[in-house]
Design a protein around this ligand. Structure first.
Ligand SMILES: [Zn+2]
Length: 328
């Protein structure tokens, strides 16, 4: 008998969640997404805001929501002074675990969507079409002022460097420069999202240099649809789950709550042919390693919580109501 294909997200980590307060519309605030994630049994989540560091938000959220680790970091956009070593050092000393490269203020983002602060699907309240955006290497391929210091701080604090919305040439330079500076933990952010729109061969080269591919539900979600799920599954098969991470990149109002996005994404990847062990590695083992968190003690699969059970074929079905007898 085969175990039913129902991925258990108890103990999972979502390394990329967007919540209020933000300059983009969001489905819930920090406490709301953390409460929901904790109710589904998630072990940890990382709050990512394009416009401010989230370290103190993470700390305060943990005071409100017991049972889940909430992690913060800093996105190096205009609001924090872009590639700003002083801001990075403060964020890391305040407990930040993520150093995110520019996102909606990256030059590559501005070129792709016509302005900073804007996507093809939603806009923030701070958009500047006249801003060419942030480039982290100059035309000669030299790191801009501050970048080496940012990389050195990231290495020193053993934090996670993410490539975010930089261009493909910038990402290639960044990964090799970061490795030279001793950065051990690198995530290639949503590779098949329109920014950066990496191809699989390039992604493989980056992973071969020690980076992880970080795939987000938002990329394949109905509203964004920047890539089909099949491309993600093909990439995971090629790279191996040991070098991949699944996360939600959710918080948009047109997507479900982030932890549910992670569950649906993990379940979909599993049903597309990636092993249960591989999926577990991508939602638990790898992110736990990168965040240096211990896995929770093993517990029984809480099927009842999801309001569903598995039938003999492993398909999900409604739990029969009391006195209703077995479903046929
Ligand atoms: Zn995101």
């Amino acid at each position: 008998m085969t175990i039913g294909p129902f991925i258990n997200i108890e103990g999972a980590v979502d390394v990329h969640v967007h919540s209020e307060p933000d300059l983009f519309p969001r489905i819930a605030d920090d406490v709301g997404v953390a409460r929901h994630a904790a109710s589904l049994g998630l072990r940890a989540l990382s709050l990512k805001c394009h416009s401010e560091r989230t370290t103190s938000r993470a700390y305060m959220t943990m005071q409100q929501v017991p049972g889940i680790q909430v992690v913060g970091g800093i996105v190096l956009n205009r609001a924090v002074g872009a590639i700003n070593p002083a801001a990075v050092e403060a964020a890391l000393q305040l407990g930040g675990r993520h150093v995110w490269m520019p996102t909606v203020d990256a030059a590559n983002h501005a070129r792709t969507f016509g302005s900073t602060g804007v996507y093809d699907k939603q806009a923030s309240t701070v958009t500047k079409a006249a801003d060419a955006g942030i480039e982290v290497f100059d035309e000669a391929g030299k790191p801009i002022e501050g970048l080496i210091d940012v990389l050195d701080l990231t290495a020193q604090y053993s934090a996670i460097l993410s490539t975010c919305h930089l261009s493909v040439p910038e990402i290639k330079l960044l990964v090799s420069t970061a490795r030279e500076r001793g950065v051990e933990k690198i995530m290639i952010t949503h590779p098949f999202f329109k920014v950066p729109a990496l191809d699989l061969d390039t992604l493989k080269q980056l992973v071969d240099q020690g980076a992880y591919a970080e795939f987000g539900y938002c990329t394949v979600s109905p509203m964004w649809n920047h890539a089909p799920l099949t491309r993600v599954v093909e990439a995971i098969s090629a790279l191996g789950p040991e070098r991949c991470i699944l996360m939600s990149d959710a918080g948009q109002r047109h997507n479900p709550m982030p932890a549910e996005c992670l569950r649906v994404f993990a379940q979909s990847v599993y049903e597309s042919g990636i092993s249960e062990e591989g999926v577990e590695r991508m939602i638990k083992g790898n992110p736990l390693d990168l965040l240096e968190l211990l896995p929770p003690p093993a517990r029984a699969v809480p099927l009842e919580r999801a309001g569903a059970a598995l039938d003999g074929d492993g398909d999900r079905r409604a739990v029969p109501v009391a006195g209703g007898g077995e479903a046929s």
